[in-house]
Design a protein around this ligand. Structure first.
Ligand SMILES: Cc1ncc(COP(=O)(O)O)c(C=O)c1O
Length: 413
């Protein structure tokens, strides 16, 4: 095995690079999760999470991967035999559909080509046809991590309102939260599903549900069996910072630090940084003469870019060459995209030079793997980054005192 020096480049679309600050914050003795120190930690993180989801309502935290939070959204709001509307955006919508079906939910699944997000017009049509309001929830993956295509949630909400349909809106933001603009309250979302290992810059192991009042009301009559995921059981002890069972204590210390970092940078700046890196990545892909999988510019993801391989060339071979030679991990193609695409993650704890290194690694890998392409992709990305710094889209500087404000408001100290 090749000995590598320097840092590994973890450029899969999650889990993402964990900042040293977060690692250090977790590197401490485990505390009593029923003691006073934990109560302070619990209250701090539960409060500081809300602005990241764009909500003033409750956010619950599970010691689980994102799939757990998918299941929680379903079992808290639905009853066996309920109908829901979902959209085939890629592998993750397929998996969420499977979770629903395993719970006896009937899924109306709108087919898709894995190159677009969910279409608001489809939502409006399906819901308008459902005069009897049999559909209890609309479930959408905001950022489809298998394809790099975004579903426009605000427009889906408008479509639901136009159809005057009372279904709940449930959104998977596992690869978009804290990377791309998202507003749980502002967009009228009822349940937001998220995970720790992507934009939140933590290791895997925590997942989240942000819950609207309407979803909370639905949970009072929903009949699916639940114990571990039960919001009501979670929310009671959460009021004083505690959990109904053993929480992932040290991940919560890490979460506290990650939230502090996000508040210090300012969420709008975090989103602009991701937009800038995504734009530069697409500039590289175009310069290489390769194709971005997402076929609609207004649905481009800012957290990852899936790149299509030229016919007859293996994406997994390219990934192997890059891992072996440059110690960089890129995302594999999932399910029907296996070996056909590779995915560049540019989310989380990331900066311009890390992106420059990432794209240089891809470009050198394309050459070593014998993949036909034009050179100059990395250079095109640099040009795009420089333009972003000096052009009209220059990022605004972090609002002074954002972190101080969080401290003053007692959210974080
Ligand atoms: C959009 C999306 N949904 C759900 C999941 C599943 O989350 P987990 O693997 O943490 O269970 C992932 C994982 O990458 C994802 O990207």
């Amino acid at each position: 095995m090749t000995i590598h020096t320097g840092r590994h480049f973890l450029q899969i679309p999650g889990p993402t690079n964990v900042p040293d600050r977060v690692l250090r914050a977790m590197d401490r003795p485990v505390i009593d999760h029923r003691g006073p120190e934990f109560a302070v930690l619990g209250c701090e993180v539960l409060d500081a999470l809300r602005p990241v989801f764009g909500t003033k309502g409750p956010v619950v935290v599970y010691p689980a991967s994102g799939s757990g939070a998918w299941e929680a959204a379903i079992v808290n709001t639905l009853s066996p035999g309920d109908r829901v509307l979902m959209f085939e955006t890629g592998q993750f919508s397929n998996l969420w559909r499977d979770v629903a079906q395993r719970h006896g939910i009937q899924v109306d699944y709108v087919p898709g080509n894995w190159r677009r997000g969910a279409q608001p017009a489809d939502a409006e049509q399906r819901l308008s046809e459902d005069q009897g309001h049999a559909i209890k929830a609309v479930m959408v993956v905001h950022n489809e991590t298998s394809t790099g295509a975004v579903s426009r949630i605000a427009e889906i909400r408008r479509a639901m309102d136009k159809a005057k349909h009372p279904a709940l809106l449930m959104v998977d933001t596992i690869s978009s939260l804290a990377s791309m603009d998202y507003q749980h309250d502002g967009w009228g979302v009822d349940v937001t599903v998220a995970g720790s290992q992507k934009g939140l810059m933590l290791p895997p192991g925590l997942s989240f549900n942000a819950i609207s009042e309407k979803a909370l009301a639905a949970s009072k009559t929903a009949k699916l069996t639940r114990y571990y995921w039960d919001w009501q059981e979670m929310l009671k002890p959460n009021r004083t910072g505690f959990f109904p069972y053993t929480p992932a204590t040290n991940l919560l210390w890490g979460l506290r630090e990650a939230l502090l970092m996000l508040h210090e940078e300012g969420l709008q700046n975090v989103f602009q940084r991701h937009d800038r890196h995504a734009e530069a990545t697409r500039a590289a892909v175009r310069a290489w003469g390769l194709e971005v999988l997402c076929e609609e510019p207004k649905e481009y993801s800012s957290s990852l870019t899936a790149v299509m391989m030229p016919q007859g060339h293996s994406a997994d071979h390219l990934r192997e060459v890059i891992l072996e030679n440059f110690d960089m991990s890129l995302g594999t193609g999932l399910a029907k995209l296996a070996d056909k695409v590779f995915r560049i993650g540019h989310l989380g704890h990331f900066n311009d030079l890390m992106l420059a290194g990432t794209l240089s690694g891809v470009e050198m890998g394309l050459t070593l793997a014998g993949v036909p392409h034009k050179t100059g992709g990395a250079a095109a990305a640099l040009e795009s980054l420089v333009k972003a710094h000096h052009g009209p889209a220059a990022p605004v500087s972090a609002k002074p005192g954002t972190a101080k404000k969080a401290v003053a408001e007692g959210v974080l100290s």
